[in-house]
Design a protein around this ligand. Structure first.
Ligand code: SUD
Ligand code: ADP
Length: 288
């Protein structure tokens, strides 16, 4: 095998409870993670050197890129050659959509195939966790309850949701948002339990009512635009909306395609990134 093409899907958090700070500085979370059909496209090709080509100038091309970090871990551990990666970046950066984590997961699975590594699931998960808290989810994707720092995963049935995704023109540092959460000393809204029940029932209206995110109050107190987007989405007919991850991206759930279309048309000029999305049952997709 010389070349591999893979789609790496973004995620949203249908719920996110922060349960507390751990001794290692990370936070114990309880969340529903959900893959959506917005994706980066990666091509992996056998090569002597390690090289990443991406025409998005905001994407780091060197050691800071999670793709390069993943390649280096595997190359050093299994004494392999290099690889040429072409990245077509479509998932907005630093958005709470786990774009970098999805790329890292795609790299682990693609190199396992390209380099014939025969890695077990456990080995892949162990490498994923070294790269970031969200990477474990991105290896599998779909709909999952996540605990720990996000690496303890349990399957849920994927609900079919039609979404409008809106990211204002700001980028958010996940680390800073968690630090701010500690300073504010806020209590969790504990919305995950009800959200799990709603997802288990597959009831769109209950899901839309139960979504929520503890970090929203932190990010929206720094960036007022988050609340503005939420109220606009609700006015346009969203059944419910919430921020994903550390933000600043907000998603709205719609049951009426006409309202969804109108919301897109009315809001697309106002924010940096506005897109339709659907929930999907996988995190990665290989294709010819
Ligand atoms: C908030 C969430 C919700 O899914 O998503 P994003 O906003 O990143 O998409 C995640 O918890 C983000 O996961 P991820 O972005 O992979 O985190 P990492 O790169 O491992 O860590 C970035 C920083 O976030 C903090 N962090 C991350 C995860 C966690 N459970 N507790 C933490 O305190 C740590 O301070 C860490 O230095
Ligand atoms: N492959 C990658 N794609 C995007 N950003 C990356 C990647 N690798 C490293 N990064 C760095 O990680 C930061 C946040 O990553 P990203 O996954 O986009 O955010 P989030 O975790 O909020 O969804 C980016 O601003 C960028 O500097």
């Amino acid at each position: 095998m010389e070349k591999l093409n893979v789609k790496a899907y973004a995620k949203i958090n249908l719920s996110l409870d922060i349960l507390g700070k751990r001794k290692d500085g990370y936070h114990e979370i309880y969340t529903i993670m959900q893959s959506i059909d917005l994706c980066d496209i990666l091509e992996f090709e056998r090569n002597e050197e390690i090289k990443l080509i991406c025409d998005d100038e905001k994407v780091p091309k060197g050691e800071d890129n999670l793709i390069i970090k993943a390649v280096k871990i595997l190359k050093e551990r299994y004494e392999k050659e290099g690889v040429l990666i072409r990245l077509n970046k479509k998932i907005p950066l630093a958005a709470g959509l786990a774009g970098g984590s999805a790329d890292a997961a795609a790299t682990i699975v693609a190199l396992n195939k390209l380099w014939d590594l025969s890695l077990s699931e456990e080995e892949q998960k162990e490498i994923a966790l070294k790269l970031g808290a969200d990477v474990s989810f991105c290896l599998e994707g779909g709909t999952k309850i996540a605990r720990g720092v996000g690496e303890i995963l349990e399957d849920l049935k994927t609900p079919q949701l039609d979404l409008l995704i809106i990211k204002p023109d700001i980028e958010v540092s996940t680390k800073e948002i968690y630090q701010e959460w500690d300073k504010l000393n806020i209590k969790s809204q504990n919305c995950t339990a009800a959200a799990i029940q709603a997802v288990n029932k597959g009831n769109l209206y209950e899901i839309a009512k139960s979504i929520g995110n503890d970090l929203e109050i932190v990010t929206s107190s720094k960036f007022k635009v988050v609340q503005k987007i939420k109220s606009e989405l609700l006015k346009k007919g969203a059944l419910g909306c919430a921020m994903t991850g550390s933000g600043p991206t907000v998603y709205g759930i719609f049951d009426d395609p006409k309202k969804l279309e109108k919301a897109y048309v009315d809001l697309k000029e106002n924010y940096g990134f506005v897109a339709f999305a659907k929930t999907i049952g996988k995190g990665l997709e290989f294709y010819d």
